[in-house]
Every structure is written in structure tokens, then in C-alpha cells.
Unconditional design. Structure first.
Length: 451
């Protein structure tokens, strides 16, 4: 059984988009109706104007992905819309890509879902780490295609088999060499970032990561939680650190991480936003961006942000996939945040809480846009972070002691500070490592005592 939908885009743009940036989006599904909403968003994020849509419901055709008749419809749609690209929301094999392209007008590019995502990542890669991860993903994408060319060239003993171009076996070796070199450089960057994370922890900061799908509102929530003062405003600034977190309504506004100090009552928190999850990513692509995900895996707490305005089944699917990604390597607690509650009708939030209670038993409901629920989220963050220790130090009144008191204020939360004629008493809470360092510093001040 087959089914299809076709819709040409409307004209009327004041400034015409170049033909090569005009695209028809297409998708094949085995059953049900194909949804083109996400691929349309991805195309827009890459700078394409979607001028036509085509879908088909049928089993995959080995040669063309779509049925041959549907490919003919695709060709006609491309001609009518004067599109320069066809973006297919499927994992299209190299030979299927070649075959589809052969049926389209000359010069029309065929782009599959993952090539489009890599194009977006390449446009957003503004740091060395991000650029390396994009290059690694591109090489991982190309490697099986190079291996396929090698296999067919050896079997057929003719260069350029199936029109794929002449095969040079050194290409495959070169790709593997480049992959190895990039991995080594990324490991070096990751080691430096881990050292920086430990330095921040030693300075009394708790590390909280924002995770979730694209357009769930993570960047808007980060702006809502962030303190006015940015982190590391000095020459030793983290290369991925930015003073602002974008909140545009588009996918992958930034590929690198953004870290800012969060506004909390007691704890000093650094909040890191990373590139959002996206549906149906292959394992090789997720692995390529493992370095970026380290900021999530190695956090003290993860806030998993979900768009509560989506249908329950979409929320459930994204929660399941997110949990699979997070719990694979992450040991920190995960707090689910239902965002965009300002878009819900009365009673809808309660219904969704009940429907998703098995996978999100105690979510925090917020609107990053209006600020509703954000105070409760701050309280929850402080409750879920690793416990602090309480300590009481009695110090002699001296310049060194006053310096220690100031250090305790910077690295913990002082509940009470009192002065007598010859001593100062400080009651405070802090991370165990900070308490241990405070005790060590106090021990060097004679006479001193700790109770």
C-alpha cells in the first residue's frame, strides 16, 4: 500500500533566494504519514528555502529509496519550483543518491538527512573543538562510502563503477589516518577541559549541564537562570565560553558549549548549555560529538529540558531517547524540566504529568519565557546537588584570618560570622573538598581551633 503528499511552496519573496539554496524536501516512511516539520526546520537552519514537499509511504526501494514513479514526480516538482537541491529526510545510500540524482535536472544536488545536519554543524563550528568534531563526523560519514567504492572497484575491475568516480585506494587509507589524528587532538582538548572542570570544582563551583532536544528552550532557560556576571572574564577564558546564550527559534544556533554563572541562593553554580539532541542520529554521528557531550556526562547535575507543549507521545519518545543517551555514561542525578508551560491549556500540564509519571516521576514545570516556576527550579537544583558539609572555625583576629574568612565566603555559604576581641567565628557550609582546605588553612593560623 502506498500514499503520497505533494505541496509546492509559495512565491513572493522580496529578494529571490539563489537557485542552489531553493530546496524540495522529501521523505519515505514504511507506514503511516511522513512528517516533514523537522526536516523543514533543519533546511531553514542550513539556509535553504523550502519550495516544495513530497512524501511516500512504502517499503524502501533498493535502487532509488522511493519508488520509480515517485522519483518521476520528484523530478517534475523540482522543475516546477526551480529548486537547486532535493533534501531527503532518510539515510540515503551512495548508490541511491547517485540514482536519484540521475533522474533529476542537471545540477540539482541530492542531500540526505545526515549530510544536511553536517552542513549545519559546519556552519556553526566556531571553535577548534567544534571544527574538529564536524570534520570527524564528515570523515566517519565518508569512510563507508569509500570502502564501498573499494569493494565494487575490486569486484568489477573497472574504475568509476556505477558512475561513482574513479577509485583510489589511498583515499580510504587517508580517511582512516585523518580520523586517528583528529581523535588524538580531541583527546588532548578533552584532557585540558577535564582539568579546567576540576579547577572550577576546587574553587567551590558546582557544575550543572542543560540537556535536551533542539528547540526545547534550553538557551532561553539558561538566560533566565544566569547571573549578571559572566564567568572567567580574563585572558584564560575557556575557548567555548560565550557571554550570551542565543535563544533564537532555530536549530543549532551554536555548536559549542556556553557556560555562565547561575543565580542561586547558596551554591556557586556554573551552568553549561550544549548542542541539542536531535531525533534519529546514527551512532557514528553521536560518537563524533562525544567531546561536547562530556560537559553533560561529567556534570554534578543534569537538567533535562523537554518541550511540554508537544504531544505526549513525542515527549515520551524524546524522554526515552534522552535517558538512553544520558544514563549510558552519566552518574549525576537528572532533573526533568517541563518547559513552555505558558503554551498549555488549563489542566493540560496535570494530564501530561500523569501520562509521563513513569519516565518523569517528579518534573519541574517552568516557562523560561515568562519566568514561571524558575524559582522552584533554582530550589530544586540546590536540593539535588551533592551534599555540602557544615563546619565551624574559630580563628585569631589577623590579616591572614580575614583573608581566610573572605576565601570561605567566595567558596561556600557562610551562615554566621561573629567577632570577639581576639577571635572570629565562622559557621559555614561548603563542598567537602572546600571544608578540608579551609581546615588546613585554619591549622596554619596559631592559635586556632576548630569545633
Amino acid at each position: 500500500m502506498t500514499g503520497s503528499v505533494e505541496r509546492a511552496g509559495a512565491d513572493g519573496n522580496a529578494e529571490p533566494v539563489p537557485k542552489e539554496r531553493r530546496a524540495v524536501v522529501a521523505k519515505r516512511v514504511d507506514s503511516g504519514d511522513a512528517d516533514l516539520a523537522e526536516i523543514t526546520q533543519l533546511a531553514a537552519a542550513a539556509g535553504y528555502e523550502v519550495v516544495g514537499e513530497l512524501t511516500q509511504t512504502r517499503t524502501e526501494d533498493a535502487a532509488f529509496m522511493f519508488g520509480e514513479g515517485k522519483v518521476a514526480e520528484l523530478r517534475d516538482l523540482v522543475r516546477r519550483t526551480d529548486a537547486g537541491a532535493v533534501i531527503v529526510d532518510n539515510d540515503v545510500g551512495p548508490y541511491q543518491t547517485f540514482n536519484i540524482g540521475g533522474e533529476l535536472p542537471e545540477g540539482v544536488e541530492v542531500i540526505d538527512r545526515f549530510t544536511l545536519i553536517l552542513e549545519i554543524f559546519g556552519q556553526r563550528a566556531n571553535t577548534r573543538k567544534a571544527q574538529l568534531q564536524v570534520e570527524l563526523a564528515e570523515l566517519r560519514y565518508e569512510l563507508p562510502r569509500a570502502e564501498a567504492k573499494a569493494s565494487l572497484a575490486k569486484r568489477d575491475e573497472r574504475p568509476g563503477f556505477m558512475g561513482l568516480g574513479e577509485y583510489d585506494e589511498s583515499v580510504e587509507r587517508d580517511i582512516k589516518r585523518q580520523i586517528s589524528e583528529i581523535r588524538d587532538e580531541l583527546e588532548s582538548i578533552a584532557a585540558k577541559e577535564e582539568a579546567r572542570r576540576e579547577q572550577r570544582r576546587d574553587s567551590g563551583f558546582d557544575l550543572v549541564a542543560l540537556a535536551g532536544y533542539t528547540n526545547a528552550g534550553k538557551s532561553t532557560l539558561m538566560r533566565r537562570l544566569a547571573a549578571e556576571i559572566d564567568v572567567d572574564e580574563n585572558a584564560d577564558r575557556h575557548p567555548d565560553l560565550d557571554t550570551t546564550a542565543e535563544s533564537q527559534d532555530m536549530l543549532f544556533t551554536t555548536l559549542g558549549t556556553t557556560t555562565r554563572r547561575a543565580e542561586m541562593e547558596k551554591r556557586d553554580v556554573l551552568l553549561t548549555d550544549t548542542v541539542g539532541f536531535i531525533a534519529d542520529l546514527p551512532h557514528w554521528l553521536v560518537e563524533s560529538f562525544e567531546s561536547t557531550l562530556d560537559s553533560v556526562y561529567r556534570a554534578d547535575l543534569v537538567l533535562l529540558v523537554v518541550d511540554a507543549s508537544e504531544p505526549v507521545e513525542d515527549m515520551r519518545e524524546k524522554l526515552v531517547t534522552s535517558h538512553d543517551t544520558l544514563y549510558e555514561r552519566n552518574e549525576a542525578p537528572v532533573v526533568t524540566v517541563f518547559n513552555k508551560i505558558d503554551r498549555l491549556a488549563p489542566g493540560e500540564l496535570a494530564d501530561k504529568r500523569g501520562a509521563l509519571s513513569g519516565i518523569a516521576p517528579d518534573p519541574v514545570a517552568v516557562s523560561a519565557k515568562t519566568g514561571a516556576g524558575v524559582a522552584e527550579l533554582r530550589d530544586r537544583v540546590e536540593d539535588e546537588l551533592p551534599d555540602w558539609e557544615r563546619e565551624r572555625l574559630v580563628l585569631p583576629v589577623s590579616d591572614e584570618a580575614m583573608s581566610l574568612v573572605s576565601w570561605i565566603h567566595d567558596h561556600g555559604h557562610v551562615d554566621e560570622e561573629s567577632y570577639a576581641s581576639d577571635q572570629v567565628t565562622v559557621d559555614f557550609e561548603a563542598k567537602p573538598s572546600i571544608v578540608a582546605r579551609a581546615r588546613s588553612k585554619a591549622a596554619s593560623l596559631a592559635p586556632a581551633e576548630s569545633t
